[in-house]
Design a protein around this ligand. Structure first.
Ligand code: TYM
Length: 336
């Protein structure tokens, strides 16, 4: 199939701190699978990250680390466009235009905004509020068909569709209407915290036992899984409502080993949590080992990473500019 006939994929990950097993199983794991069949554009969204305070040297380091992790997880810069958001000015430019086509009420309903503003009460900035509009710009600039993300992003994808439909309605077809591409329930769509399995696994969790980082050392991973919250009934079966901790571990085990949940349940039938939890830990250690090692190697090769993000930004810029020019013309700006 020629590139013109292929559908386009866009996704992004924030470099705010370290990536977790949730980011991997919910989103990044699917990125390389898609690059064979689609035109793929994957971005490190550093502009989104500054909606909460970042330490500048850490942000720079994390941005390169996410890029290295993209490659370590199987993305090939020859096949996919990999770039850093702030290197392509069209993102900020389109976000401004789309701000004028997004209603205050719509943006106020976003649960991520409500959660983050409750968490950072001393810094409820306008960027945090218009964050989903920048995300809409990211997606719409590339005429994206599919957006692989975890289910926590579904509200933002719906808003993106609403904004695109509104703009197309006023000015005739300008943007492709994108769709979210989510893992199936129980297949990583929402990986839960190990210390509080009612909440999603998140790098901003205050309790570091709640999340596994892609860069965690094996002994740290083992310790966190041994401490994972389960329940008092020693039965290893999938029951997300009654047994959220055990169900989360079963899901992680199945994804890490490539087994089905039913196979995992059979394997542990009659066994106790003392045997189950370290087995999940070992499976995750093996899953993450090559990713961590390759990331460490890539981070030593800054010249290579620079080449990847420079070339990626050039390609992204070309595509993004085409859409932005069209938008500027439609809203009535004088051509440069
Ligand atoms: P971010 O950086 O919080 O997360 C990156 C990706 O990881 C997924 N994810 C999870 N999936 C399953 N279980 C979890 N516990 C879990 N935690 C995170 C997220 O759904 C996401 O796919 N707003 C986005 C970044 C973004 C973006 C975009 C994404 C900016 N522009 C355009 C797609 C398209 C975010 O905060 O992701």
């Amino acid at each position: 199939m020629s590139d013109k006939q292929k559908k386009t994929i866009f996704s992004g990950v924030q470099p705010s701190g370290k990536l977790t097993l949730g980011n991997y199983l919910g989103a990044i794991r699917n990125f390389p699978i898609l690059q064979e069949e689609y035109n793929c554009v994957y971005c490190v969204v550093d502009m989104h990250a500054i909606t909460v305070r970042q330490d500048p040297p850490s942000l720079r380091r994390s941005t390169l680390e996410v890029l290295a992790q993209y490659i370590a997880c199987g993305l090939d810069p020859e096949k996919s466009i990999l770039f850093i958001q702030s290197h392509v000015p069209a993102h900020a430019e389109l976000a401004w235009v789309l701000n004028c086509y997004t209603m205050f009420g719509e943006a106020s309903r976003m649960t991520q905004f409500k959660d983050k503003s409750a968490k950072h009460t001393d810094n409820v900035n306008v960027g945090l509020f218009s964050y989903p509009v920048l995300m809409a710009a990211d997606i719409l600039l590339y005429q994206t068909d599919l957006v692989p993300v975890g289910v926590d992003q579904s509200q933002h994808i719906e808003l993106t569709r609403d904004i695109a439909n509104r703009f197309n309605g006023v000015y005739s077809d300008t943007f492709t209407i994108p769709e979210g591409y989510y893992p199936k329930a129980g297949e990583g769509a929402k990986v839960m915290s190990l210390s509080d399995p009612e909440r999603k696994m998140s790098k901003s969790d205050e309790n570091e036992n709640g999340y596994i980082l892609l860069m965690d050392q094996p002994e740290v991973i083992m310790r966190k899984f041994k401490r994972a919250v389960t329940d008092s009934e020693a039965r290893i079966v999938m029951d997300p409502v009654g047994k959220p901790g055990v169900s989360n571990l079963l899901q992680i085990y199945a994804l890490a080993t490539g087994k089905t949940v039913a196979e995992a349940e059979n394997e542990f039938a009659g066994k106790g949590y003392g045997e189950f939890k370290p087995a999940v830990g070992e499976a995750v250690v093996e899953l993450l080992r090559p990713i961590r090692e390759t990331t460490e190697d890539l981070l030593k090769n800054k010249d290579y990473l620079e080449k990847v993000y420079t070339e990626g930004a050039q390609k992204a810029n070309y595509l993004a500019r085409k859409t932005l020019d069209k938008v500027y013309r439609k809203v009535g700006f004088v051509a440069r």
